[in-house]
Design a protein around this ligand. Sequence first.
Ligand SMILES: Nc1ncnc2c1ncn2[C@@H]1O[C@H](COP(=O)(O)OP(=O)(O)OP(=O)(O)O)[C@@H](O)[C@H]1O
Ligand code: SF4
Ligand SMILES: [Mg+2]
Length: 337
Amino acid sequence: MCAIEPVLQVQGVSIEIPTRHGTVHAARDVDFALGRGERLGIVGESGSGKTITALGIMRLLLPPAHVTSGRILFEGRDVTTMHPKDVNRWRGNEVGMIFQDPLTSLNPFLRIGIQVAEVLEIHRGLSRAQAMAEAEQLLRRVQISDARRRLSEYPHQLSGGMRQRVVIAIAMATRPKMIIADEPTTALDVTAQANVLDLLRDLTEAERTSVVLITHDLSVIADFCERVLVMYAGRIVEEGSVDEVISEPRHPYTQALLNSIPRLQGAVGRLPSIPGAPPDLTRELQGCPFAPRCPVAYDRCRTEVPELLEIGPGRRAACHLAQPIPSNITLEGDLAE
Ligand SMILES: Nc1ncnc2c1ncn2[C@@H]1O[C@H](COP(=O)(O)OP(=O)(O)OP(=O)(O)O)[C@@H](O)[C@H]1O
Ligand code: SF4
Ligand SMILES: [Mg+2]
């Protein structure tokens, strides 16, 4: 859990999606907090529930997906029960969103300047002239060269990296308290990826904006975040500071994710993937969902679901082997002598 004053508290949130093939348990009992100015990463393979969790937090789930239990508090206010009108105001003024494909956030038929200016007019009450002047400043802040000319260009005239900078400018235009970025750099080449992350870090640090960064790539988390949540099959399976989780992972799934990143291992060559496939999310849990792929699984793993337990200061893991030894246990027999 975060040690600093929380902006966001996600308390035991579960999300289900009824389908023809059964109910998909897309998020199960997701529980975490985000501190003010903190950069938190959520990492996990495809289908682990990262996006669904973010959409649930933002009250953007499309039916039939819905939250079945839990609460989401933003600065103490319960977002789960907020009136839709208040949700819109909250989303527009206090939270910014950045998605993988900037073209989903930008209108292809509108010039860049108008798109940035509209946000400023609606949320900051600026006149069109004021908003256009501020839009130019914002484009400069996100390091778009020749900002004045860019104002009159259309999204397709910009490179992918530049489009994502425009999306960041729009997301930051309302001076939000929290940004949720879902795979913001996945579609970009490596250089643009690093530049966009640097920019996002600089801007959010300057404004003390909290960030939730979602990615399937632990190396992005290592570059950008202070704390990380590892998700598997809709559950948080490990949490800790990025340094600790990377240097001493306590869940075999985190270890497997780390093994699949040559750069963090100092190795080169083909990117290995984690053998096996994630479980069917329509099934009820019987034991640890990672057991069929876990190299150290044992009998208990197949019958008992490991709870997400605190295993040290600021660290949690959901693995029978990661559990701390209770302090009231005394050694008996040979070992104690
Ligand atoms: N509309 C839907 N209908 C049915 N199942 C869905 C729907 N949306 C998501 N899911 C399922 O919910 C689970 C979680 O999906 P989610 O999109 O959150 O994964 P993710 O971790 O964001 O993956 P990725 O890295 O591919 O973006 C997946 O098993 C997915 O198939
Ligand atoms: S609980 Fe068992 S199967 Fe699950 S990750 Fe831990 S050791 Fe592996
Ligand atoms: Mg996703």
